[in-house]
Write a protein that binds this ligand. Structure first.
Ligand code: NAP
Length: 179
């Protein structure tokens, strides 16, 4: 029994799988026997992770290099998530970062990049993954939010507030709460 409880063997797609919280998801799910699709920008780090987890746990680890701040990067991952011939059972929307700057003097491009990764990519990937999960009657989407979402403090907090409300609303919708 893992500290998160056990899940049936499956295939999980984790964004931001090469460091921090995403890496912890990747290590735990691989240890439970799940095949992985690991997403981040740095191909070298992704390949090293795939090699290590594959040899440690005997699972298949597919590398998907993508910048989730871009339309092309999101599209690559969405195509993989929607591929019915290789179903994804668990999507972990984890990739993210903060911008350490004041809003007024700060870079607008950096604020927008944050929203693109934390909000737009989470929206897009979830939208790509869910139809297959609903059709198969099985699947999980885990969106990594933050307690920062409860604090009125800049774009990062606002984005995490969106992640929390989006996720709770989707959970209610999919469980039939509104029907
Ligand atoms: N750390 C905390 O204290 C904390 C607390 C609450 C919530 N969170 C949330 O937890 C999540 C993970 O945070 P962390 O601190 O574990 O992050 P981290 O250690 O900095 O790792 C970030 C991961 O995301 C990837 N990534 C970053 N930008 C990306 C992009 N544009 N496209 C694709 N992948 C990208 C990075 O790989 P590449 O650089 O190779 O792309 C890396 O794998 C985030 O959503 C964060 O907001 C963190």
């Amino acid at each position: 029994m893992s500290r998160w409880g056990t899940l049936d063997p499956m295939t999980a797609c984790i964004t931001g799988a090469t460091a921090g919280i995403g890496l912890a998801f990747a290590e735990e799910l691989a240890a439970q026997g799940s095949d992985l699709v690991v997403v981040a920008r740095d191909t070298t780090r992704l390949e090293a992770l795939a090699e290590r987890l594959g040899s440690q746990h005997g699972v298949t680890v597919e590398v998907l290099a993508a910048d989730l701040a871009t339309d092309a990067g999101c599209a690559r991952v969405m195509d993989r998530l929607a591929d019915a011939s290789r179903p994804i059972d668990v999507l972990v929307n984890n990739a993210g970062f903060g911008v350490n700057q004041g809003f007024v003097a700060g870079s607008l491009a950096d604020e927008e990049r944050l929203l693109d990764v934390l909000v737009r990519a989470t929206l897009r990937l979830t939208h790509a993954a869910l139809p297959g999960m609903v059709q198969r009657g099985r699947g999980n989407v885990i969106n990594v939010s933050s307690v920062a979402g409860w604090v009125p403090m800049g774009t990062y907090a606002a984005a995490k507030s969106w992640v929390t409300v989006f996720t709770e609303g989707l959970g209610a919708d999919l469980s039939g709460f509104y029907r």
